[in-house]
Design a protein around this ligand. Sequence first.
Ligand code: ZN
Length: 249
Amino acid sequence: MGESEDVGATSRQRAAVSATRRGFLLLGLALLVGCAKKTTHVMLPNPPWPALDLSPLPEPEPVPPRYEPPPNPVPLAPSSWPSTVLARSKWAQGEPVTTRMNRLSPVRYITVHHDGMHPFFDTDQRATAARIEAIRRAHRLRGWGDIGYHYVVDRAGRVWEGRSLRYQGAHVKNHNYANIGIVALGNFDRQQPSQAQLASMRQLVSLLMDRYHVPASQVSTHQEWAPTACPGRYRQQFMNTTRRQGRLG
Ligand SMILES: [Zn+2]
């Protein structure tokens, strides 16, 4: 029967229902508009990250130039140099790697070494050249550019050119700057240096002191720079004795 009631509804009733529907619709629109109006006024919170700085980046710090030592003032072919110094080419089986070496400048120190390998008594030139070459190879295996010493004094008292005096040596760790290195062949913990060797070293040290104005206080043995057995007890004793006598070498 309800059906009949609906069917039988008057036009006034239908109009009232229709008006109510319009009311809801308008209210809904008003709410929508209201929401829309409200959102336009909402202030967004500040972002949690700092504002973007779009100003130009500062200039990068200039990179300091690579250290370039001053021009080498060391005279390389002194006219008074003993002609008995045997050139590096007489023994070396490989070229120096100059990119691994620094220039030697100036000269302030002279340091004396032994090679510290097995005892060596040969005086002939060929065996001597082979011994010096063995030292060079060992030093190259350590990554050095050439043999570490500037001069080599053999058992016969001959003087051989080692690393060119153009370049800083590699013979006293952390103290190679301005330091000429002289090595005598042999192991002076286990053998005595020969008389010819001692005389020749004394002469060489004296010549280098004169040429480069190195005072006696700056002529040393390796172990006077750092803890090491070099140049061996016999060579060190000799140095101590000659110093007490007011001589050097
Ligand atoms: Zn040494």
